[in-house]
Design a protein around this ligand. Structure first.
Ligand SMILES: [Cu+2]
Length: 195
């Protein structure tokens, strides 16, 4: 009796989980390389800031990774793994066409890292004033529902509650591509980006 009851509860739980949690997957095409796809701000919803600190490294005279996607509220640790001093600055944070102030974190030697908390969604184009060729991006998603594509443009965002959203595809040097997506279980959304 108890055993049957447990099985029933487990089945209901499994059915409910299937109905509530979906994925958004698809492909970003039009320009080559990685993009970031994220669910835009959801009216009336906020999310607790993540406690993990992803690292943006400066290594081999490159920002690594070239593109780092994080949820709003995340503290990023900027690390210098090179033998030379590096600087980190961004001249603005772009929210679509809206420009928020930038930041200069300063210049520091090998092995040291400096944290910075990204409190606003948007995109920070990272530069180093010691090495003008260095460039990287922090893409700050307003929601926890985001993913970086692979090099072919394929992406998958997991654990998105069923519902209607605006989904944005960001690509370096392109205009944002935005579309409404209604998530119900496994949902497909493809994007085309252009300059
Ligand atoms: Cu540098």
């Amino acid at each position: 009796m108890m055993c049957k009851g447990f099985v029933l509860v487990a089945m209901i739980a499994a059915l409910c989980a299937g109905a509530w949690a979906g994925t958004i997957s698809g492909k970003v095409s039009g320009m080559t390389g990685e993009s970031v796809v994220y669910v835009d701000t959801i009216a009336g919803k906020t999310f607790p800031a993540p406690s993990d600190h992803p690292v943006m490294d400066q290594k081999g005279l490159l920002f690594q990774p070239h593109i780092l996607a994080v949820q709003v509220g995340t503290t990023v640790d900027f690390l210098n793994s090179d033998k030379v001093a590096h600087n980190v600055f961004w001249s603005s944070v772009m929210q679509g066409s809206k420009k928020l102030p930038g930041k200069n974190l300063g210049t520091w030697p090998t092995g040291e890292k400096r944290p910075f908390k990204f409190d606003e969604p948007g995109v920070a184009a990272l530069l180093c004033n010691v090495h003008p060729d260095m460039a990287g991006y922090i893409v700050v998603s307003p929601t926890p529902y985001f993913a970086k594509t692979d090099k072919s443009g394929a992406y998958k965002i997991e654990n998105v509650p069923d519902g209607a959203y605006t989904v944005v595809a960001w690509h370096e040097g392109a205009k944002n591509s935005t579309k409404p997506v209604t998530v119900s279980g496994d949902t497909k959304a493809d994007f085309t980006v252009s300059k």
